[in-house]
Design a protein around this ligand. Structure first.
Ligand SMILES: [Ca+2]
Ligand SMILES: [Ca+2]
Ligand SMILES: [Ca+2]
Length: 308
């Protein structure tokens, strides 16, 4: 655990719905992010919400927030609340090239979907759409760079929408021979993930590696491989104000592949790009070497290794 982070087990406090604002429109609004120790209170990843998860239950209750534009049986209001609550704040490495590139940007796209055949489990995808992968040792760089993290939630029996995080997946070099992706569950979920205090509430802190943006739960894991040109580097822990290196990008719920919601990435500054696109993603560039299509980011379930 990083000295300034806190294990999730100390608390993922959760906040009745006063903090539930739906998919965030407040990109880069600057909340007060504290590195001070959080009060240890709830050894839990539980989230309590007044939103109702299932459309059928929502309608039976006669509520007005039962819209389901992406037709997956989950109310979009509940999806947005959950997506925003668990959205990780990203911490860039202090030598990240994007920090000096005026064209550098990142947006967060999400998908919330119940596991097929088991609606008590919900998979939440976060895709981080960076404008550029700067590569390492002057190779592998490309325009556009979609990286991801995925969590699995378990519905709390007897409630309309409460959940508990039971798994987290961080992806780095996913599918390559240098794959450094990790699945966290059980004790490791509680000890490896880190939290920061944001406006008095805890938020998951996720590290993105220098120039390449693979995601890691903590600096130690990120920097465990020492091979030149393959090693990843994370965090700004030697800087006096780490908040300068942290980002909570605009968050858009992409909906479902067959029934999209906010999947158009022009709001991230990427004209013509879309979460469900099968075309290469080029960030703000129009030609050259580009990243692969974003779609699989939101379809491939890392916990079952099947498409969902
Ligand atoms: Ca829905
Ligand atoms: Ca959905
Ligand atoms: Ca990358």
């Amino acid at each position: 655990m990083n000295a300034r982070g806190l294990p999730v087990s100390t608390l993922f406090l959760l906040l009745a719905c006063g903090a539930c604002t739906g998919a965030s429109e407040e990109a880069d609004a600057e909340p007060v992010v504290s590195e001070e120790a959080l009060v240890q209170s709830v050894a839990s990843l539980s989230f309590t919400t007044s939103r109702v998860a299932e459309v059928t239950r929502c309608s039976a209750l006669g509520r007005s927030d039962c819209a389901d534009v992406d037709r997956d049986g989950l109310t979009d209001a509940w999806e947005d609340t959950v997506l925003a609550h668990f959205q990780p704040r990203l911490e860039l490495d202090e030598q990240e090239r994007g920090l000096t590139d005026p064209r550098f940007r990142v947006g967060t796209a999400g998908r919330v979907v119940a596991r097929r055949g088991d609606p008590s489990h919900v998979v939440v995808f976060y895709g981080f759409a960076f404008s550029e992968d700067y590569g390492s040792c002057t190779f592998t760089e490309h325009h556009g760079d979609v990286e991801r993290a995925v969590i699995e939630l378990e519905r709390t029996a007897g409630t309309n929408g409460d959940v508990r995080m039971i798994k987290a997946f961080t992806a780095a070099h996913e599918g390559d021979v240098t794959d450094a992706s990790h699945v966290y569950e059980g004790e490791r979920l509680a000890t490896e993930l880190e939290l920061v205090s944001e406006n008095g509430a805890p938020r998951w802190l996720l590290y993105t590696s220098r120039n390449k943006h693979g995601t890691y739960a903590n600096k130690r894991t990120c920097e465990s491989k020492k091979l030149p040109c393959i090693a990843d580097y994370c965090a700004s822990s030697n800087k006096p104000n780490r908040n300068d290196y942290r980002r909570l990008p605009l968050l858009l719920n992409a909906g479902e592949p067959a029934h999209p919601r906010d999947s158009d990435w022009s709001r991230f500054g990427y004209e013509g790009a879309d979460a469900w696109s099968t075309k290469p993603f080029c960030g703000v560039a129009s030609s050259g070497s580009c990243d692969s299509a974003p779609r699989s980011t939101f379809v491939r379930d890392p916990f079952t290794k099947t498409d969902i």
